[in-house]
Design a protein around this ligand. Structure first.
Ligand code: IPE
Ligand code: IPE
Ligand code: MG
Length: 226
């Protein structure tokens, strides 16, 4: 498997079950992401995309939103050295302009510093699949010759994920079985794996189970072998 994508869901419930503030759940979720990156590298996965904040998540309380933004900026500051050392290329997809200028600057700097890495961590931030598609359509409409024919490749190259292969497997934790506006275009032929485990509890055994399940799938992509 080349590209694993994860809808890291269940941080809030993880915290609530422990009578902790939701933000503690998000912190535990950031640690789980760290671990997951290592499982991926060890398993030979080259791309890991994680859904960290959706375009709809702005509807949450101001406290939770600002806590999450601080957590992200802390993640960027604390991970710089490790990411460079471990050859991790960092990339963000989503509506960057929704983020504070400070955070946008930190993201751009980290992307630049890590651009030589051979493992890619894609973080979806203020990301919505529909929003990404609309922005891509607007880009295409702004071409020198807007009436020229448009191929799927032309369209894909206007998405935030340009140059990144489509995900092979999408995992969603915490028992929800929906896509919640994640990678709508890119998920066309992705396999799905759902687990009841909450994201902060997602460990090596769960990762192995998901990959084992994936390895048994027959990906026909619309064709037939015989
Ligand atoms: C997922 O955890 C992380 C984000 C959406 C930022 P949630 O915060 O959605 O956790 P639950 O679904 O409330 O348990
Ligand atoms: C999806 O989870 C977004 C992220 C994991 C960042 P949500 O918890 O926001 O999704 P819904 O509301 O359950 O669909
Ligand atoms: Mg949730």
């Amino acid at each position: 498997m080349e590209h694993l994508a994860v809808i890291m869901d269940g941080n809030g419930r993880w915290a609530e079950r422990r009578h902790l503030p939701r933000l503690m759940g998000h912190r535990a979720g950031a640690d789980a992401l760290d671990r997951c990156m290592h499982y991926c590298k060890a398993a030979g996965v080259r791309y890991l995309t994680v859904y960290a904040f959706s375009t709809e998540n702005w509807k949450r309380s101001e406290d939770e939103v600002s806590g999450l933004m601080k957590l992200l900026s802390g993640f960027i500051a604390s991970k710089e050295k490790t990411l460079v050392k471990e050859g991790v290329r960092f990339r963000v997809i989503g509506r960057r302009t929704d983020l504070s200028e400070k955070l946008q600057g930190e993201i751009a700097a980290l992307e630049e510093k890590t651009k030589g890495g051979d493992f890619t961590l894609v973080v979806a931030l203020s990301y919505g699949g529909r929003d990404e598609i609309v922005r891509a359509a607007a880009k295409l409409a702004g071409r020198a010759d807007p009436s020229a024919p448009v191929t799927e490749q032309d369209f894909a190259s206007c998405l935030d994920t340009a140059g990144i292969p489509d995900p092979d497997l999408i995992i969603r934790t915490s028992g929800e079985q929906r896509i919640s506006n994640f990678l709508l275009w890119q998920a066309a032929y992705a396999e799905f794996y759902f687990t009841d485990v909450l994201w902060p509890d997602f460990d090596q055994a769960e990762f192995d189970k998901a990959l084992e399940s994936y390895s048994k799938r027959e990906r026909r992509m619309g064709g037939r072998l015989k």
